[in-house]
Design a binder for this molecule. Structure first.
Ligand code: PAF
Length: 279
């Protein structure tokens, strides 16, 4: 496995891989890898000849009061996991190499980012779109793989890719869960033992919504009330949002008549977790 830190060297390698007629797959991450990321690497392998995993804790997608400084990092462990997973190139640039001190160009998506995490984390998706566009330009992939757990991010990146004509296939990898149902996330390490136990309310709330939907309930308000009731039973839980939105437009729906995304963001203590289901 090659470890590349210099963005322009990454771009030169990508050009050479493409000139050799090989398909390039990229898995963008912020590191502190877990089985969810490794499942994305597996999907990239199935669709390409050369797999690049990018590891970059992107400062522009964190708000001033968010966890950039304490975001978990362990480069050696991540590199070892990448080797074991058969990653060909680990691209791990420094922030100073990715952003010029006077950088002043950004990529914004202006519809799908209005609600959900876009409303609770102003500027977050501008940072995500900007860095993903830069990673696309540096890694020049044919295919890029993102996790379905970040439901809004996935839809925003698909939209940006279409709107800006990146010739890249966006592939979604399913959410990987602990045996008890908690969605894997690098942020799970922040949870105390009690918060970890109580974090199961996210999946329980989604399961309850799915159960009600299966039994014929179509009113968004009824699903939201049932989910709220489950989540508020956990003393450490504070709901950031429960949104029931059209899966394409991410606009709130009163009644479930088309594929609908149920997306949750819940604080367990200071840790904000997200999860979702499509009904
Ligand atoms: O999902 C993430 O880990 C990040 O938002 C991404 C896509 C790597 C951009 O920094």
């Amino acid at each position: 496995m090659q470890i590349i830190k210099d963005p322009l060297e990454m771009q030169q390698i990508a050009l050479a891989v493409r000139a050799a007629g090989k398909r390039l797959g990229v898995v963008p991450t912020m590191g502190f890898l877990h089985a969810g990321h490794l499942s994305l690497v597996q999907l990239a392998h199935e669709r390409s000849d050369v797999v690049v995993l990018t590891l970059f804790v992107n400062p522009t997608q964190f708000g001033p009061k968010e966890d950039l400084a304490k975001y978990p990092r362990d480069f050696e462990r991540d590199a070892e996991l990448c080797r074991t997973a058969g990653v060909d190139i680990l691209f791990a640039p420094e922030a100073g190499a990715m952003y010029a001190p006077d950088a002043s160009s950004y990529v914004s998506e202006e519809k799908l980012t209005r609600g959900l995490c876009g409303a609770s984390r102003p500027g977050h998706f501008r940072g995500v779109c900007t860095v993903v566009a830069k990673l696309f330009n540096l890694c020049l992939p044919h295919v890029a793989v993102f996790g379905a757990k970040d439901a809004q991010q996935l839809r925003v990146i698909r939209r940006m890719t279409r709107d800006l004509n990146f010739p890249i296939e966006i592939v979604a990898g399913p959410t990987i869960r602990e045996p008890d149902g908690l969605a894997l996330s690098s942020r799970n390490v922040y949870l105390s033992a009690a918060e970890r136990r109580q974090a199961l309310v996210l999946k329980r709330a989604l399961d309850e919504a799915a159960r009600l939907f299966k039994s014929g309930e179509r009113a968004a308000a009824a699903l939201r009330a049932a989910m709220e009731q489950i989540i508020t039973q956990a003393p450490a839980a504070r709901i950031d949002y429960i949104e029931i939105v059209d899966d394409d437009t991410l606009e709130p729906v009163p009644t479930l008549t088309r594929p609908t995304l149920i997306a949750l963001a819940v604080f367990l203590g200071k840790t904000r977790l997200i999860d979702n289901a499509v009904l």
